[in-house]
Design a binder for this molecule. Structure first.
Ligand code: GTP
Ligand code: MG
Length: 138
């Protein structure tokens, strides 16, 4: 059974829609096997989004991700990585499909409410970035 890393971003925790987003994930058959609400530091945001370091929006991305609490999660299910990406919708909410989290809740491409791992290797690395093994129960 596959696991993926998910994060509810500050724009969503600020608007008090954590539960609405968790409902979308659970309704899609994804099981929350670990979850915590935390504030991440600038250094953690820079490290987590290290692949985007050279992109023009990097500074804005780090600023946004440290502007309030995030909810970090481990999701489990059949094909969890792809399933989560489908439920999230496209990065830019203007391009997201009907019924997706980003279509229904995202404010903009920068404030797009959720993050989800894009591949098996990134899922493993992102889960390890925020959780130890004893924090995850199947
Ligand atoms: P994540 O699940 O958050 O990784 O989204 P993604 O995989 O759909 O997008 P990507 O990895 O390409 O970019 C990471 C994050 O950077 C996105 O979720 C956006 O919040 C942000 N981002 C991407 N492109 C832009 C942009 O052009 N402008 C701004 N402000 N933010 C961007
Ligand atoms: Mg990404």
């Amino acid at each position: 059974i596959e696991r993926t890393f998910s994060m509810i971003k500050p724009d969503a925790t600020r608007r008090n829609i954590t539960g609405k987003i968790v409902d979308r994930l659970e309704s899609a058959g994804l099981k929350v096997v670990a979850q915590k609400r935390i504030l991440i530091t600038k250094a953690q945001a820079e490290a987590f989004y290290g692949v985007h370091r050279e992109r023009p929006f990097f500074g804005e991305l780090v600023e946004t991700m440290t502007s309030g609490p995030v909810v970090v999660q481990v999701l489990e299910g059949e094909g969890a990585i792809l399933k989560n990406r489908e439920v999230m919708g496209a990065t830019n909410p203007a391009q997201a499909a009907e019924g997706t989290i980003r279509k229904d809740f995202a404010v903009s491409i920068g404030e797009n409410s959720v993050h989800g791992s894009d591949a098996a290797e990134t899922a493993k690395a992102e889960i390890a970035f925020f959780f130890s093994d004893i924090e995850i129960t199947g």
